[in-house]
Design a protein around this ligand. Structure first.
Ligand code: FAD
Ligand code: NAG
Ligand code: NAG
Ligand code: NAG
Ligand code: NAG
Ligand code: NAG
Ligand code: NAG
Length: 529
C-alpha cells in the first residue's frame, strides 16, 4: 500500500477525557480524534482515514502498514518476531509484531486496533504456555520487551518496573539497596503476566501476592487514555488489575512497594520418593504453623524424568539460616533425608536463575492447576496417582508441585481493598497443584493435554469425596482449558464485568484482544479437548 510517511508523533501524553457520566468513555468517543490527539496524523494514511468503524478483510494489513509508517520498521516487523517460553506460543504467526517503547505508542496501538478492527495480543515475558495467551494468529502481537524502566522513587518506598523486565532484572537492580519486591521466583518470567494474574513469591506468606504489593499501575485503557490506578485514583480499576489479567488495559509501568530484604536463605533439596509421607506431613505442618513464622516459603514437588522418579523441596527463609540452628518452622523439612542439598545464604537475584534453568524454553509445555482445602490425605492420593500415570507419558518431563495459600498469605491479600481472586482467610488455608509438563512432538499434544486434564479431574473427584474441593484456579498456572475467572466467584466476576464496562464500554479488551482468560469466565480454549 502507498503510505505517506510524514507523520508527526506527539510527545504529549493523551490527557484524561473522563466523561461526567459513570462510564469512562463518552458515548460519542471518536477513535480518529483520539489518534490525532496522540499525534498520529490519520489523514496522512488514506487507508486509515477511509476506514469505517467496522471489520475489514484487510484490517490487519492496514493496521500493520499504519504502525510501520507511523512508528517505523524497527518497531513493526511482519510475522512472528517475539520470544516465548513454550513452543505452542512461538509457532503462532501474527500479521505483524509491534514493539513499542513509549506509553503513547501503546495508546495509539489500541486506537489503531479499534479503528481497523485488527485484533491484538500483549506479551510481557511470554511465559504463558498456551497458544493465543500472549500471541495472536493473523493479528498484532504487541511485545512490551522495550519497557525496561527500573527506577526507585526518591524516598525508595516504591520502584517503577516496566513489563519488559524479567524478574531477575528487577532483583538485580534492587539488591545493592538491600531492597526487593514481591515477585516471581524464576529469573526469566515476565513482570507483566505474573503480576496481573496474582504473583506467587518467596515473600507471599508475609506480604501476599505480587499484585497485593503494587502501589499503582500506569495503564493504557480502551480509549487510549493513560491513567495511574491506585487505591486513591481509579480504585475500582486498581482492584480489578489485582488478579484480573489482561482484561482492563495494557499496563506500561508497575509501581511496586519496595521491601527491605537483606540477604536471605533458600534453594532446592532433592529427595528419594520414599520420603513422600514425611514431605507431605512437613508441608501440612508448615502451612498450619505459618502464623507463627511467615518467613518460610516452601514447595513440595514430584517429577518423572526419563526413568527417574524424584521428590523435591524448594525452601526459602527471609533471613540467613545457620543449618545447625535452623528456625523452628523449617526444622521438620530439614530433618527429612535428602540426596542433594543446594540451599545457601543468598539473595533473590541468585536464587531465581535455577528455577528458569530447570524449566527451560524450547519445548512444547503446559501448565494446569487446581486448588483445594488443605488435606494431607488428598496430597498423598494425588501423589500416588501421579506416579501411576506420569511414567507412561511421551514426555521430556512431567511434574506436580504443591504450594499453599496459608492464612497469613490470605490475610495479606486483603490489604488495600483486597484483590479480585475471591480467596479469603476464613475459608483457608488452601493448597494448589501445578501440573507442569514438557514434551517434544506436536503429535503428542492431545495425549499430554488429556492426561493432565484427566489428572486434574480425578484429583477434583478425590477432593469432593474428602470434602476439600475448591473452585479457584490460579491464573498464571492454568491451562487454556480451565475456567479461571469463574473460579473467582460469582460476585467478583460480576464486579469485574461492571468495572470492565465502565472503563471499556466497547469491550475492546474482550473482543479485540481475544486471548487468555476473559471475563465471560470460560476456558479460552474450551472446557474439553
Ligand atoms: C519457568 C516458570 C516459572 C514460573 N514461576 C512462577 C512463580 O514463581 N510465581 C508465579 O506466580 N507464577 C510463576 N509462573 C507462571 C507465570 O506467572 C505465568 O506464566 C505468567 O503468565 C508469565 O508472565 P509473562 O509476562 O512472562 O507472560 P506473557 O505470556 O507475556 O503474559 C501472560 C498474559 O498476561 C498478559 N499481559 C502481560 N503483560 C501485560 C501487560 N503489561 N498489560 C496487560 N496484559 C499483560 C498477556 O496478554 C497474557 O495474556 C512461572 C512460569 C514459568 C514458565
Ligand atoms: C471522527 O473524527 C474525524 C476527524 O475529526 C471525522 O472526520 C469523523 O467524521 C468523526 N467520526 C464520527 C463518527 O463522528
Ligand atoms: C497531516 O497529513 C496531511 C496529508 O499528508 C497533511 O496535509 C497535513 O499537513 C498533516 N498535518 C500535520 C499536522 O502534520
Ligand atoms: C524508543 O525508540 C526510538 C526509536 O527506535 C528511540 O529513538 C528512542 O530513544 C526510544 N525511547 C526510549 C524511551 O527507549
Ligand atoms: C545490606 O545488608 C547487609 C547485611 O545486613 C549490610 O551489611 C549492608 O550494609 C546493607 N547494605 C545497604 C546498602 O544497606
Ligand atoms: C548463613 O548465615 C548465617 C547467619 O549469618 C550463618 O550463621 C551461617 O553460617 C551461614 N551459612 C553459611 C553456609 O555460610
Ligand atoms: C526431546 O528432544 C530432545 C532434544 O532434541 C532429546 O534430547 C530428547 O531425547 C527428546 N525426548 C523425548 C522424550 O522425545
Amino acid at each position: 500500500m502507498k503510505l505517506i510517511a510524514a507523520i508527526a508523533c506527539g510527545t504529549v501524553a493523551a490527557t484524561v477525557r473522563v466523561s461526567a457520566r459513570n462510564t469512562f468513555e463518552a458515548p460519542n468517543f471518536n477513535v480518529t480524534e483520539a489518534l490525532i490527539q496522540n499525534g498520529v496524523n490519520v489523514s496522512a494514511i488514506p487507508e486509515l482515514a477511509g476506514l469505517a468503524m467496522r471489520s475489514s478483510p484487510s484490517a490487519c494489513s492496514i493496521a500493520c502498514g499504519s504502525l510501520e509508517v507511523v512508528f517505523g520498521k524497527e518497531k513493526t516487523v511482519r510475522g512472528q518476531n517475539a520470544a516465548y517460553w513454550s513452543n505452542q506460543q512461538a509457532v503462532v504467526v501474527p500479521y505483524c509484531t509491534f514493539t513499542p517503547n513509549t506509553t503513547l505508542e501503546v495508546s495509539s496501538l489500541v486506537l489503531i486496533s479499534r479503528l481497523t478492527q485488527c485484533p491484538f495480543a500483549v506479551k510481557s515475558g511470554g511465559h504463558a504456555a498456551f497458544p493465543g495467551a500472549s500471541s495472536i494468529h493473523g493479528g498484532i502481537t504487541v511485545d512490551l520487551k522495550d519497557f525496561t524502566v527500573r527506577k526507585l522513587s526518591a524516598d525508595q518506598k516504591t520502584v517503577a518496573i516496566g513489563p519488559g523486565n524479567r524478574w531477575v532484572d528487577a532483583y538485580r537492580y534492587l539488591t545493592p539497596y538491600n531492597l526487593t519486591i514481591v515477585g516471581g521466583r524464576a529469573a526469566r518470567v515476565g513482570v507483566g503476566g505474573l503480576t496481573l494474574g496474582g504473583g506467587i513469591s518467596d515473600l507471599t506468606n508475609e506480604y501476599g501476592l505480587a499484585c497485593d504489593n503494587v502501589a499503582s499501575y500506569e495503564v493504557v485503557t480502551a480509549s487510549g487514555v493513560i491513567v495511574n490506578a491506585s487505591p486513591s485514583r481509579y480504585p475500582d480499576l486498581y482492584w480489578a488489575l489485582r488478579g484480573g489479567g489482561n482484561n482492563f488495559g495494557i499496563v506500561t509501568t508497575f509501581h511496586f512497594k519496595t521491601i527491605v530484604q537483606p540477604p536471605m536463605w533458600g534453594g532446592m533439596r532433592i529427595h528419594d520418593p520414599s520420603t513422600t509421607p514425611a514431605l507431605i506431613t512437613a508441608f501440612e505442618n508448615a502451612i498450619n504453623n505459618a502464623e507463627a513464622d511467615t518467613k518460610l516459603a516452601h514447595v513440595v514437588s514430584f517429577t518423572t524424568y526419563d526413568t527417574y522418579q524424584l521428590a523435591f523441596t524448594e525452601l526459602e527463609y527471609l533471613l540467613p539460616v545457620d543449618l545447625s540452628h535452623p528456625p523452628e518452622i523449617a526444622r521438620e523439612y530439614l530433618s527429612i533425608p535428602f540426596m542433594q542439598d543446594k540451599t545457601s545464604n543468598s539473595t533473590l537475584e541468585d536464587l531465581t536463575p535455577h528455577r528458569s534453568d530447570d524449566m527451560p524454553s524450547g519445548f512444547r509445555t503446559s501448565m494446569c492447576s487446581a486448588s483445594f482445602k488443605v488435606s494431607a490425605e488428598l496430597i498423598q492420593k494425588m501423589t500416588d496417582r501421579f506416579f501411576e500415570v506420569a511414567p507412561g507419558l511421551p514426555a521430556v518431563s512431567v511434574n506436580i508441585a504443591f504450594q499453599a495459600f496459608s492464612k497469613p498469605a490470605l490475610q495479606a491479600m486483603q490489604k488495600k481493598g483486597g484483590n479480585a481472586l475471591g480467596l479469603y482467610p476464613e475459608n483457608g488455608p488452601f493448597f494448589h497443584v501445578l501440573v507442569y509438563m514438557a514434551w517434544n512432538e506436536s503429535s503428542d499434544d492431545t495425549t499430554m493435554m488429556k492426561a493432565a486434564q484427566s489428572y486434574i479431574e480425578t484429583s477434583k473427584g478425590m477432593a469432593r469425596e474428602l470434602g476439600v474441593d475448591n473452585e479457584y484456579y490460579y491464573m498464571p498456572y492454568s491451562s487454556g482449558h480451565e475456567p479461571v475467572v469463574s473460579g473467582y466467584g460469582k460476585e467478583n466476576m460480576a464486579r469485574l464485568r461492571a468495572i470492565s464496562h465502565r472503563y471499556d464500554p466497547m469491550q475492546v479488551f474482550q473482543n479485540l484482544q481475544p486471548g487468555y482468560f476473559k471475563l465471560d469466565g470460560k476456558a479460552p480454549l474450551g472446557a474439553s479437548l
